[in-house]
Structure formats: structure tokens, C-alpha cells
Design a protein around this ligand. Sequence first.
Ligand SMILES: *Cc1c(COP(=O)(O)O)cnc(C)c1O
Length: 415
Amino acid sequence: MTHVPIPPAGHGPVSRELIAAAERYTAPSYHPLDVVVASARGSTVTDVEGRDYLDFLAGYSALNFGHGHPVILDAARSQLERVTLTSRAVHNEQLSFFARELCALVGQDMMLPMNTGAEAVESAIKVARKWGYERKGVAAGRARIVVAEGNFHGRTTTIVSFSGDDDAHRNYGPYTPGFVSVPYGDLEALERAVTPDTVAVLLEPVQGEAGVIVPPPGYLPGVRRLTAERDVLFVADEIQSGLGRTGATLACEHEGVEADLYLLGKALGGGVLPVSAVVGDAAVLSVLRPGQHGSTFGGNPLAAAVGRAVVALLATGEPQERARTLGDRLHARLAELTPLGITGLRGRGLWAGIDIDPRLGTGRECCERLLTRGVIAKDTHGSTLRLSPPLVVTDDELERGLDALAATLREMGRR
Ligand SMILES: *Cc1c(COP(=O)(O)O)cnc(C)c1O
């Protein structure tokens, strides 16, 4: 048999044709790395030319259980053959089970099923405003929600209204009013921003897109104390931080804090389809009466069956345990790599934000070089690299990925 060498990432003839087609036919709202994925299992994706890569992005935590997890695929397959969509005009057996099991997992009363993360955020904004008018007694039209600078909560017109990211925000106005932004991690600023019209504080317990920013110890408990004192809802956006990533089911647990509403998404869909939810206090979620909010696809039987498989995996505690053990390993090894040009290192569990000395090059350049060494990762804000391998990554895969990062940093430092 003649050995045909596999071309480098993005340079095979099929890759080149498909990248050209994507550039020609998809709106240019993304700048993908030069790799065309054809299949994937576990932590490994394979491109159209047969080259393997370690997926250290894992769909921004949408793939916490890796690609094609057998338990999740089995649940999806068997549900595909039974019933996939009913609408909420009728009950469906999977949603009833899913709701009960998800509430048990996170120790909450009630859930509202949606699809994408942004829809969960929008739902919580609506619920918080309605709660403010109907329960807290805020005067009509005056409800305010306090958010944090550097936030990422999604891409809808309302959500980008309070995004500080210029690309996400600019030229999408007129913007939705009613939001006040304060520096993340600054309790005093938060305290000054809360008024009698404030209905909610909406925060990520760890800011993902901002570069895996972990707030100072005591911040989340302080937010909880302040919101409780002022009769304000604490809404924790755990769409990226939740469901095992940080070594706990919810990142808020690390600080012993319980929010009024949790937003879940990404990994809740098991890497199969979009599944999101608002989970929390019945006294809050029950402000929604029939007809006042909804979604055609939210809580559909296929999504619910997949969500149940995800909940079952997390109920064992194993993914969280793995995120803790491997996370310790990840952060220890990254600390060793610091002399190679790392100027900042943050994270929790199997999740890291790595600031690279800008003299070495951009985060994007680092990702492109990592790709040639068979690792997929994502940059953010110029010179920050984000690592979020699937929680099913093996010890050996984690070491190989970090070896590739070390080699990449050395190579960039030599120029
Ligand atoms: C990804 C993300 C969202 C938005 O989720 P989509 O499914 O892309 O709409 C919201 N909040 C946080 C913290 C996220 O990471």
C-alpha cells in the first residue's frame, strides 16, 4: 500500500473547497480556524482529510461530555423513534421526567424549558421584570436590571443592548433600556447601582467569554447578601460555567451561594441539540401564567430525553469529580508553562483563561499554531486563550494537548 501523507490542517483539496464554499455562502459573522470537521468521538474530531485533532474548546462547554457520548446518543436514538415534537399544547412524558430530574439535580423548585442560551437569558429578564412589577411593586415601566461589565449573555437585540463588547453592540440599536452595567467583582459599585427599582442582578459566576474571569472570593456571597437585603433577584447565568465545568454542578456552589434563578444551556443539550432552561424558585417562576411566555420547541421530547441523559450523567458526580482532578492537573501544568510567555492565568476546574504576552503574538496566532499541532482551542480579546476540554478527556489526551501548547509557546517565543 502506498502511503499518502495527510495534508496540514485546512490545506487538503477537500478542506480548501469546503472552506471556500463556507466563505462564499455563509454570512461572515465568524472567523473559523482552517479545519473542516467531518466526524468526532470523545475528545477527538477528525477532518475531511482524515486528520485528528484534540478538541480543547468543546463547543464553549456545549460538549462537556465529549462528542457522541454513548449514554446521550442512546437516549437521543431511542427518543427519535418514539416522538420528537409535541408542542406544549399537550404534555409529553419526557419533559415531565426531565423537569423533575433537573430540579432534583440542582435542588430547585421549578424549571422553564427553552432552547438556546440567549432564550434562557431573555426568559429570565422577562420573569424578573414581571416579578418586579407584580410582586415587588415597582412602578410601571421602571424596572432596572444590573449587569456586569465584560458580560456575555448572548446575541439578541435586548442582550446586546447591555453588552460592553463593541463588536457585539455597535449598530444594533435602538437598544433596550432598563440595564445598568457595573464593574465585575466590585461589590461597592454593585451596591451603589441597586435602587428601589432594581428587580435583578444578572451575572455569570465565572465570566466565560471575557476570558474565564473568576471573581474575588466573597463577591458572590456579597451579591447574594445584598440582593436578599434589597429584595432583588439574583440571576446566575451558568450557561457556560454550569453542569460540571468548574468541578461542581453549578459554579455558585464553590462560594456556597444559592441564586434565585439559574440559567442553564450549552452542555444541557449534550452536544446534540440546543437545550436551555431557567431553573429556580417557584415563587418567582410562577409569575408566568398560561399564554404569557413560551417556545414552540422548548421542552420538546427529543430535547428533554437528551437533557435527562445529561442530568443522569451529572447525578453520578463523576463528571464534576473529573473536572476537579483534571482541572488541578491542568492548572498545575499551565503554571509550569508561565515562563514561556504566559502573563495571566485564571480558571476553575477544567477551564482556563491564559493571557499570552502580546510580544509573542496574538491569541489567534497561537490557536492557528496549536491547530497545526493537532489541538483546537479558541482565543478571546486579542491575547487570551481559552481552554475547556471535554470533561471526558483522558489523562493522556490532556498531557498531549498541554505538550502541544508548550511547544507552540516555545515556537512563538523564538521568533
Ligand atoms: C453561550 C452563552 C450564552 C448564549 O447561549 P446561546 O446558546 O449561544 O444563545 C449566554 N450566556 C453565557 C454565559 C454563555 O456562555
